[in-house]
Design a protein around this ligand. Structure first.
Ligand SMILES: NC(=O)c1ccc[n+]([C@@H]2O[C@H](COP(=O)([O-])OP(=O)(O)OC[C@H]3O[C@@H](n4cnc5c(N)ncnc54)[C@H](O)[C@@H]3O)[C@@H](O)[C@H]2O)c1
Length: 269
């Protein structure tokens, strides 16, 4: 596949979309933006709901690749998740297939494997082929998205890199995040690698920086050419002093999905 230039960024008004809008143009991409909400500072952004098949089809027309971030990013009633994350992602894949788009980078999540016990002590890193164990309807929709990606590759030759993102924020804000943090700069590095690696078929990777306290195996991400430069460790002392170490026997600390297992934050809209 020739290196993509024009890339549709869905979810461009969101937290990650905003960070990536700033960072990805430096890699030479010409971004077309889409979100349900207007995108601040981007009057040309497409304001559309993924539920609108025709609008989605028009939005993907002529792009070389898609970074799919749009959707509900917290827990919500199943009916809402079904519409935004499951049907919405299906509409995007159908449109991409119909318009001949070659590759999608899909924002999956650690919550697709959220019920995986977190490694402790000398436990090995969580491998990428660990069974999916969603911790919420939200995580279930990401698990569906990964299956959808596999199906469109097997059936139609549409390539996807599914990135099980840890926590991509300017700084880690919890002790759990010390293990899952992906700096925005590493996020852009990973998306660039996912867009440009040769012959990915459907590849699933974990998305985080090279954290000292890493819980998962970045081998499949590195195989795409991803070379993370950041580590959450400089934030560790302060966060542990404020919040304490993760506790054995605390259910919210026992699994990869953290608080989503016990008390998930709810989508406010
Ligand atoms: N930020 C992270 O650390 C993180 C971690 C794991 C996974 N992810 C995934 O990455 C993506 C982006 O995360 P985020 O933190 O920026 O989330 P966010 O909630 O800030 O942004 C999501 C965006 O999607 C838009 N959206 C929602 N439903 C839509 C619809 N039906 N049609 C069009 N647009 C719609 C929202 O308006 C919002 O701007 C999400 O898919 C999320 O599940 C993010």
């Amino acid at each position: 596949m020739p290196a993509p230039r024009t890339v549709l960024l869905t979810g461009a008004a969101g937290g990650l979309g905003t960070l990536m809008r700033d960072l990805l143009p430096a890699y030479g991409y010409d971004l077309r933006l889409l979100d349900l909400r207007p995108v601040e500072g981007a009057p040309d952004a497409i304001v559309a709901d993924l539920a609108d098949k025709d609008a989605v089809r028009e939005a993907v027309r002529g792009v070389d690749a898609i970074i799919h971030l749009a959707g509900i990013s917290l827990e919500a009633p199943f009916e809402k998740i079904l519409k935004a994350n499951i049907e919405g992602t299906y509409h995007l894949y159908e449109a991409a297939h119909a318009e001949g788009v070659g590759r999608i980078v899909f924002a999956s999540s650690n919550h697709a494997v959220g019920y995986t016990p977190r490694p402790q002590g000398a436990d090995p890193l969580i491998p990428i082929d660990t069974p999916r164990r969603p911790d919420t309807f939200y995580g279930l929709s990401k698990s569906f998205g990964e299956d959808l990606a596999q199906f469109y590759w097997d059936k139609h030759g549409l390539e996807t890199v599914s990135v099980r993102i840890g926590s991509c924020f300017p700084e880690p804000t919890s002790v759990r995040m010390l293990s899952l943090w992906m700096s925005p700069a590493d996020g852009a590095r990973l998306l660039h690698a996912a867009l440009t690696a040769e012959q990915v078929g459907h590849t699933v990777v974990y998305g985080s920086s090279a954290n000292t306290r890493l819980w998962w195996d970045l081998t499949s991400a590195r195989a795409l050419g991803y070379d993370p430069q950041d580590d959450s460790e400089p934030y560790a002392e302060k966060l542990i002093a404020e919040q304490g170490e993760l506790q054995e026997g605390n259910e919210g600390h026992a699994y990869l999905g953290g608080q989503f297992v016990t008390d998930p934050p709810i989508w406010p809209y």
